[in-house]
Design a protein around this ligand. Sequence first.
Ligand SMILES: O=C(O)C(=O)C[C@]1(C(=O)O)C=C[C@@H](O)C=C1
Length: 408
Amino acid sequence: MQALSPATSTNLEFLLARRRRVNRVAPSQMIIRSAYRYDSANAASSANGSRADWQASCAILASKVVSQQDTEKTGEITAVNGHRTLDLVPIDNLPKPLTISDLAPAPMHGSTLRVAYQGVPGAYSEAAAGKAYPECEAIPCDQFEVAFQAVELWIADRAVLPVENSLGGSIHRNYDLLLRHRLHIVGEVQLPVHHCLLALPGARKEYLTRVISHPQALAQCEHTLTKLGLNVAREAVDDTAGAAEFVANNKLLDTGAIASARAAELYGLNILADGIQDDSSNVTRFVLLAREPIIPRTDRPFKTSIVFAHDKGTSVLFKVLSAFAFRNISLTKIESRPHRNRPIRLVNDENVGTAKHFEYLFYVDFEASMAESRAQNALAEVQEFTSFLRVLGSYPMDMTPWSPSRED
Ligand SMILES: O=C(O)C(=O)C[C@]1(C(=O)O)C=C[C@@H](O)C=C1
């Protein structure tokens, strides 16, 4: 994993130290457990409001989360990413997904921006990469973890990662990965997701015995599938386009795939039903990740994403949220995830004893730029209540007006 540079190592500690002076908060009140020492040389350059200053404010305050090699494996349908040639359409020239074993450091490449995404061509994540960076080269990866590593190892410049869907809710796994890795959120993309039921030419809806897709896509189409009379087995695979590819490669006449119209085209499948998401305004939000943070601005709407933990019970959450409320900063998302390193504690009211107490990390998105003093003040306050705080990124909001037109 890429080490933090000295510039980033001064981190939010410096920025908040400045705010602390302004706010006259005693140093003892700051509960910072920084893995990195305050560095006066860097601080001096940061004081000029430079890029280093911002990088400093984005870096990690204190991480108790150890990077773990994810051992979860795809399971049964590994052939999804096999890319064998299909008789119906030549798909030889599609890029092959990266696997863990492909991840060796690569030489610097040319000027085309490379964007890593999880899935195979035709996946919605590929479309999200194209929406964010229209001229980019989209690099398919077989796992989310690989997409992160592709950026960390300079194989790709950005990774695009789905984090929430208007019907299915949060994609929890990606929240965990955001914390485990050291990449910065530099943008977001909201993508209308228009699902189709795909099958081999000649296959009929009545004869399908199972429908396969990404679990989120299955969840987003649950009611419509039932309405279509498809009370058949539903099986989860790694990504929607991979499901289409699997059906095509294995010539499965009894299996339908939920995926995009583009996936139908790429893998030579027919569209048996179009627009099968349970709500026509189905939207997935993706975040764009990079090795370096961007410099936050105030000339357009920005969002900031943070993650924090505390060890003082639930009243802390109220205090943290009020730090934003008092400054009229709107929260757009709050998500909690178990604190894996400290999953459970046994305490009573005096913090000793028997009651079960689960520990959580909280992810919060709020509508303000880290260039705004109200956001900096809010975070300075949040830091006083929390034992761990990290700014995941401050980035322009996707302000594209929603339209029900298909984007896939
Ligand atoms: O499988 C894909 O096509 C993806 O890009 C993944 C994903 C997801 O993880 O939510 C993205 C958008 C849709 O909501 C369904 C699936």
